[in-house]
Design a protein around this ligand. Structure first.
Ligand SMILES: Nc1nc2c(ncn2[C@@H]2O[C@H](COP(=O)(O)OP(=O)(O)O)[C@@H](O)[C@H]2O)c(=O)[nH]1
Ligand SMILES: [Mg+2]
Ligand SMILES: [Zn+2]
Length: 334
């Protein structure tokens, strides 16, 4: 079970009465059923009346009745990757109990520091370690500018350069793919997530995840991956493929942003005013860093945009939405 990602974190949640229940990990989520993996194989899991599959994420650990194979309860998550969707719909669960978020982008027009920072903020907030994988290195003459820009996105960030179609890509990712380790692949459509997944899992041809051919000249792959699931990596570990995401909204990621923009947070300690907005206050250490060239203006602008988006989305979620449900309930009364 340890090879499936089970650890003392989950063991400690078990009560004495739960010793006989099956401990099993969700591998695929369908509209009305769950497919899960245990030490003994793959099982179809039934849900009790009134429990929806949308409450679960791929990677979740659950306890199941050994006779009926019906869910008893879900164990608390070690990490949870989630995404805010447009409007005020509930947030989408991307994957649970992920150790490493592999943010995939390619050495072409897909490379976008602002979008990568959004993924980094979400990965940091989820408590997972992010890694950036730059694919399609075989399509450009010089990868150095991509590598340099990616490295600058977050202090100590690991950045890998790969041709996703080669076995070397698997070797590059090996440090994050040991037994019991779970990685999730995120990134836009067409960057090579399914190609990487196929290399990592060495699927027989009939099980291969469809990869999208690049359309015309715009270098964007087709939306080929629709469902997400947990796949075994050859040599150990698990990989979760996620559908391509074009827009990534953030909310409730303030600690994730502090990790991402650690150099700005550190500078801010030296500003004269505690509540400095780093715009035009005297004695601003952040503006001083811009003036001396140690901090990039574009980076500060992105910090500002992401921080204010996070603040307004976070407020919206707890305020406006709560009001709406009260109103809806009231209107149903005679
Ligand atoms: N030359 C080259 N092509 C790649 C690389 N990675 C992915 N591709 C191609 O890019 C297209 C989109 O890849 P896919 O894995 O479907 O992307 P996904 O949408 O992120 O899952 C496919 O035609 C892949 O063969 C790479 O590193 N080099
Ligand atoms: Mg895909
Ligand atoms: Zn300041």
């Amino acid at each position: 079970m340890a090879t499936l990602g089970w650890s003392s974190y989950f063991d400690n949640q078990l009560t004495p009465g739960e010793a006989d229940l099956v401990k099993i990990r969700i591998a695929t989520i369908h509209r009305s059923r769950l497919i899960a993996k245990s030490a003994f194989g793959t099982e179809r899991i039934g849900l009790p009346e009134g429990v929806a599959t949308t409450a679960f994420a791929v990677g979740d650990w659950i306890l199941v009745d050994p006779v009926t194979m019906v869910l008893v309860r879900r164990l608390a998550r070690h990490t949870l990757l989630e995404r805010r969707t447009e409007g005020d719909r509930p947030r989408q669960l991307i994957a649970a109990n992920v150790d490493t978020v592999v943010i995939v982008t390619s050495c072409n027009d897909d490379f976008n520091p602002a979008r990568l920072e959004r993924y980094l903020a979400i990965a940091n907030e989820a408590g997972t370690a992010p890694v950036i994988v730059l694919t399609k290195i075989d399509m450009v003459a010089d990868t150095a500018p991509y590598l340099r820009q990616a490295k600058e996105l977050q202090l100590g960030l690991d950045v890998l350069l790969v041709n996703a179609k080669t076995p070397e890509a698997v070797k590059a990712l090996a440090p994050w793919c040991g037994p019991g380790q779970t990685v999730a692949l995120v990134g836009s459509s067409g960057v090579g997530k399914s190609t990487l997944l196929n290399m990592l899992t060495c699927k027989p041809p009939e099980e291969v995840q469809p990869t999208g051919p690049v359309r015309g000249s715009d270098d964007k792959g087709r939306h080929t991956t629709t469902s997400r699931s947990l796949h075994a990596i050859v040599g150990g570990g698990w990989v979760i493929d996620t559908p391509g995401m074009r827009t990534v909204q953030v909310s409730d990621v303030s600690s994730g942003l502090d990790v991402l923009f650690a150099e700005i947070v550190a500078l801010a300690h030296d500003c004269r005013f505690r509540d400095c907005t780093h715009a035009m206050e005297p004695g601003c250490a952040v503006q001083a860093a811009i003036a001396s060239g140690t901090l990039d203006q574009a980076r500060l602008d992105r910090w500002r945009k992401l921080s204010s988006e996070n603040a307004s989305n976070t407020r919206q979620q707890s305020g406006a939405r709560g009001n709406k449900t009260t109103k809806a309930r009231r209107s149903r009364r005679p």
